[in-house]
Design a protein around this ligand. Structure first.
Ligand code: TRP
Length: 448
């Protein structure tokens, strides 16, 4: 067997994993969830859950991945201790591969919209108004074309492999994302209305804290850290043995939560600037518009009202959204592609092509029956499957795998790990606390 590819450096891994984590979930999901869940109260709960629940679960994935040096399916079967756990491992791994692929099938549609609005800004700069108008019409052809284009970009990067594809592009794109984000915040905060947005974002409004807030925050944290489906597991499997997993995992969690927080400083003030410009920002029941209308109506209305600079601001904003989407979508596609290359004789290029086409077909189906399928697929994958899979992964690490193996794996990049607080707390934490907390939140959310 040819030697397995891996990330060339620690930075390469951090860029790739942060690129996976930082996506539409951070820039769109987090700020709007915060705004509709009582502002700072949600931020606080989110940060606590990110570090106390998502971080330990992320560690479980990274450790399994680096130990097994394989995709989620092969890895979970590999650490099994008998026929039953082997079956369970195959089931959880297979379910993860399926969910990752389904997440990509709706994510590519949404990312296609980002490309469409990016194209619109360019078309308007070039004076091609008809094309611009078509690009922002919600037509089937437009949706298909841009979803297909986005899938092609994702496939082109994944076909190039780990170092030449995922790492190279994450390292190029993530700094750009940060620069654009900061530039946009700088601009928006000088506009009138921004102060009110900052207040809504940063001052807790306890009257809006609902019981489902914790479930929302947990779902958001799992989605944002790309957990449960084997994305982080497979990225961990490309990590060198000399690296310390707890430190890298903490860095990724911190960067992810930090960017989500910073994105809120852009989105929420921008909404209130739009209000100053006369846009409707609340729906009929008095809630802040947070869904697709926010990104595709409220903000574009704002950009339009800004005059000349508006097109450039729109361009920067949709470049930002497209970059965030792409570094995330590649991490989704890597899950089924690594599975296919390691479980069959297919080459990376073949696997990418076939799986990419299959996912394209699923996306087309979702677009054809949009009303029936779009939200359904999102709920089935992110609301139900992801926490459940996260729970099962914790069970694997906590109950099926031996503590000695864990210690051995962790010691590789961190010889003194057994003396750290991490080792004193984490193993029993993933074994007992995480599964109970995930289950409790889940049950409460589903019943309530
Ligand atoms: N974390 C990304 C975001 O915030 C999305 C993402 C990438 C993802 N890979 C994933 C979500 C795997 C779930 C599973 O947008």
């Amino acid at each position: 067997m040819a030697s397995r590819e891996q990330f060339s450096s620690k930075t390469g891994f951090i860029m790739a994993a942060a690129g996976s984590a930082i996506g539409l979930g951070n820039i769109w999901g987090f700020p709007t969830q915060t705004a509709s869940n009582g502002g700072a109260a949600f931020v606080l709960v989110y940060f606590i859950l990110a570090f106390c629940l998502a971080y330990p679960a992320l560690m479980a994935e990274l450790i399994i991945g680096r130990h097994a040096r394989a995709n989620v399916f092969t890895a979970l079967r590999g650490i099994a201790t008998g026929p039953f756990t082997r079956f369970l491992g195959g089931f959880v791994g297979g379910y993860g591969v399926l969910v990752a692929s389904l997440i990509l099938s709706f994510y590519a549609i949404v990312a296609g919209w980002m490309l469409a609005y990016l194209g619109e800004a360019i078309a308007r700069l070039l004076g091609m108004d008809q094309l611009a108008g078509w690009l922002i019409s919600f037509g089937f052809e437009r949706n298909m074309l841009l979803m297909g284009l986005f899938m092609m970009l994702t496939m082109a990067i994944i076909a190039k492999g780990i170092e030449g594809g995922i790492e190279k592009w994450s390292t190029r794109l993530m700094p750009m994302l940060l620069i654009i984000l900061i530039a946009l915040i700088g601009y928006v905060l000088t506009q009138s209305g921004a102060q009110e947005g900052l207040r809504v974002y940063l001052l807790p409004d306890l009257s809006q804290v609902r019981p489902v807030l914790i479930l929302d925050a947990m779902g958001q944290a799992f989605f944002s850290l790309s957990l449960g489906v084997g994305t982080m597991l497979v990225y961990g499997s490309y990590l060198d043995e000399k690296e310390s997993l707890p430190k890298l995992g903490a860095a990724v969690t911190l960067v992810d939560a930090g960017i989500a927080f910073i994105a809120g400083l852009l989105i929420i003030p921008a909404i209130y600037v739009a209000k100053e410009h006369g846009a409707t920002i609340f729906n009929d029941s008095g809630e802040l518009i947070a869904g697709p209308d926010l990104i595709f109506q409220v903000l574009p209305a704002l950009f339009n009202s800004m005059g000349e600079v508006g097109v450039l601001v729109a361009l920067a904003f949709f470049v930002l959204m497209s970059i965030a989407s792409l570094t995330s979508s590649i991490s989704m596609l890597e899950v089924p592609v690594s599975f296919a290359t390691e479980e069959t004789k297919a080459s990376r290029k073949q696997a990418t092509l076939i799986i990419g086409l299959l996912i394209f077909c699923v996306s087309s189906l979702i677009l054809s029956y949009f009303e029936q399928l779009f939200s359904l697929v999102i709920d089935l994958t992110t609301v139900y499957s992801q926490p459940l899979l996260g729970l099962l992964l914790c069970v694997f690490v906590g109950w099926i795998w031996h503590r000695d193996n864990l210690l051995q794996e962790l010691s590789k990049g961190h010889p003194t790990i057994s003396e750290t607080w991490f080792w004193k707390i984490w193993p029993s934490y993933v074994k007992i606390f995480c599964p109970i907390l995930i289950l409790a939140t889940f049950v409460q959310g589903v019943i309530g």
